[in-house]
Design a protein around this ligand. Sequence first.
Ligand code: 2AM
Length: 477
Amino acid sequence: PTAQIGVTGLAVMGSNLARNFARHGHTVAVHNRTAARTRSLVDTYGEEGTFVPAESAEEFVASLEKPRRIVIMVKAGEATDAVIEEFAALLEDGDVLIDGGNAHFQDTRRREKALRERGIHFVGTGISGGEEGALNGPSMMPGGSVESYTSLGPLLESIAAKADDGAPCCTHIGPDGAGHFVKMVHNGIEYADMQLIGEAYQLLRDVAGYSPAQIADVFRTWNTGRLDSYLIEITAEVLSHVDEATGKPFVDVVLDQAEQKGTGRWTVQIALDLGVPVSGIAEAVFARSVSGHSDLRDASRHLTGPTPRTLGTNEAAAFADQVEQALYASKIVAYTQGFHEIAAGSEQYDWNIDLGKVAAIWRGGCIIRAAFLDRITSAYEAQPHMPSLLADKSFAQEIAAAQDDWRSVIATAVTQGVPTPAFAATLAYYDSLRAERLPAALTQGQRDYFGAHTYHRTDREGTFHTLWGGDRTEVES
Ligand code: 2AM
């Protein structure tokens, strides 16, 4: 046996990951259910490094050094279970099975437990960066045992993206499902980021009256400042692209119905279970859902409302600056919510996740890579147990400076009838947290009225109920 690592499942993500390992000097065993894919990989890219192609699972396993390390890159769900079963039967104590797909973290917890009982390390690993990242350096979020990371970590770190300071964008996230959980929230934040960018675009289009090409230039300028990020960069690329067939802006010929594969939805579902308010992420998921309801939208075209008024040139430029402030403030809140969910998951499942390290490995390789993740890293390094990213002084100051514009942009959107659900939800979250009193006191009163659900008082310990149907005296319960 000569291979340091094996990859099974050689669709684009798996092939690119295998090539990445090979290009970094590792001998890579490659295997696919349909052997033609394996042959084609080695035929096309064999020169890039040392591949050991295997036709059968037995041959594949026999080609690996011990402890064996096998990365599974097949579709999440039943295919993953089938492949795990096939290989687990051939593995020995101490071998490491890695699932690099977008598995649900609860599936990962279940699989890790079952395999641990058979002496096999199971490493659910989030991988972000798309096809390009898999080939040239993704951000990697491996979970599983500490022991598995001793053997696997250096290999993964060698192929991971490197942050600007040279640190690999890969760290041991925590036990069992921790890696896939963090990848899930990464994707949730990605949904929010994309939606916020989309709302900024819509405002620049409808209120500032800019063309897609002009908006691309605005995004290019923003990308040189604190919003510097991969998503802003590709937004400018997409907006400046012209459809060849029609000569129209590409963004004007694409059907405006956003699809989703499920990790954003999971982020919100799990947040509901954990009781974590991820309203910005939720609005992003709902916004895609609304867009996809063509039936509802068709049936609603008669609904009235304001038509946005386009600003003059100078006003438009000033408005664009305000939108930048709004986008930045909302983005900080969306990340705050995502990190809160990771902290809550970590607490619930005893994962002991280091939030600073999570921010650090998102600085490169992944879809949400952004200059400001460096600052989130520093904030958590300075205060690892911050209850919220908004507890960090410098982020709080930035929001303080941005908030007049933030409010004004949302007010404009509301009066002009441009939907900005994620902008508005993130601002409402901010205002809810800073509010002296919330109407939750009234909610408690209502609950006590119709259901005798009781309440607590601000001035005394204890649990109370008012006899609403009687003389309205208060009783302690
Ligand atoms: P295939 O080339 O034989 O179809 C993405 O679909 C990748 O997952 C492909 O490499 C595919 O193999 C593999 N795959 C999907 N379902 C599988 C299964 N049940 N067992 C093994 N590999 C599977």
